[in-house]
Design a binder for this molecule. Structure first.
Ligand code: NAP
Length: 304
């Protein structure tokens, strides 16, 4: 059993990380670090420094903090010689993740920037199907209700919280994984609520005829879909990459997101066995480019 400490006991830690670790034959949740949150039956710390000093027997730290406070915690864990898993997005900026990579290399430890959506049930099959095909057109629709999925999470609308790119980057993590050739951003429009510092909606244009529509204001049915028209057929991924359709017919996957986090911890175990790191920043480059190139529009103020 590999011991892991979980840092930032909030929504994703409790919804996904704790159950995935409990069900895994490889992992033992040995400590929880959070100012307010706890996990029943697990030793609790309120600061990462205390945990690192008190528990040298825990080799792996998994960080579930929002992106802005994550860097300091990640750097402290790496400097203390621990292997680190980062929730997505891996940081609030590209350069801070580059710095984490340098620290990990220097200490000879593993750094894994996770992208849970890449582990969705139909993503590997979509990647295999698209290999060798030419993309003529693609469209991503990622529209969800921020009040349902991020209740009261003010950090998401603060600078560095990324706003609608917090879920949108999941779509981009799938996109950058399944495309046979890399894309880049050509234009974007970002809708900022008048009272917030991060966008509530965004529309992106990319090369290969690919566009994206991200919106946090969706009530009713929620949509996490992407569709591609290729030189040899039509592919759709629905339910955040979990269901596959080829030429309009169901072609596999499973209607649940519950496989994603077990797959991330299995991958971390593999990286540790191989002494390797896995940090792919391509989804975050698209987001950074959207902030760089994007036209900014002001929309109605938002309150949770
Ligand atoms: P969250 O519920 O707000 O939890 C994060 C925890 O981090 C908080 O409970 C808080 O615990 C701690 N924290 C430390 N410094 C903080 C600060 N300055 N501001 C806010 N919280 C701080 O957020 P979450 O939904 O779990 O998201 C965390 C990360 O997971 C994000 O990067 C997000 O993209 C990713 N994620 C979220 C979801 C989802 O559906 N919500 C899905 C996949 C991935 P203490 O107050 O106890 O310290």
């Amino acid at each position: 059993l590999m011991k892991v400490a979980l840092v930032g006991i909030g929504k994703i830690a409790l919804d996904q990380h704790v159950p995935a670790l409990a069900a895994s034959p490889d992992w033992e949740l040995a400590a929880a670090v959070s100012r307010h949150g706890t996990v029943a039956g697990v030793e609790a710390f309120t600061g990462i420094g205390d945990m690192l000093a008190a528990r040298p027997d825990i080799p792996v730290v998994s960080l579930c903090l929002p992106p802005v406070p994550r860097f300091e915690a990640a750097a402290a864990a790496l400097r203390a010689g621990r292997h680190v898993m980062l929730e997505k997005p891996p940081g609030a900026s590209l350069s801070e993740v580059h710095e984490l990579q340098a620290i990990a290399r220097d200490r000879g430890v593993t750094l894994f920037a996770t992208w849970h959506s890449r582990e969705a049930h139909a993503v590997a099959a979509a990647r295999r199907w698209l290999a060798g095909r030419r993309i003529d057109q693609g469209h991503i629709t990622w529209r969800e209700d921020v009040r349902k999925w991020h209740p009261g999470q003010d950090w998401i609308f603060q600078a560095g919280g990324m706003g609608v790119f917090d879920p949108g980057i999941n779509a981009l993590s799938i996109l950058t994984h399944i495309l046979p050739r890399p894309v880049h951003l050509t234009a974007a429009e970002l809708d900022f609520p008048a009272n917030r510092d991060a966008p509530i909606a965004a529309r992106l244009s990319m090369t290969q005829g690919i566009s994206a529509d991200f919106d946090f204001r969706q009530t009713g049915p929620q949509t996490w879909d992407m569709e591609f028209l290729t030189d040899a057929g039509h592919l759709a991924l629905r339910m955040g990459g979990n269901l596959l359709e080829i030429d309009g017919q169901p072609a596999g996957g499973a209607d649940t997101i519950m496989g994603e986090y077990p797959a991330l911890y299995a991958r971390m175990a593999e990286l540790l066995r191989d002494g390797a790191s896995d940090v792919d920043l391509s989804p975050m480059v698209l987001v950074a480019d959207a902030f760089t190139l994007g036209r900014r529009l002001t929309v109605e103020p938002f309150a949770f």
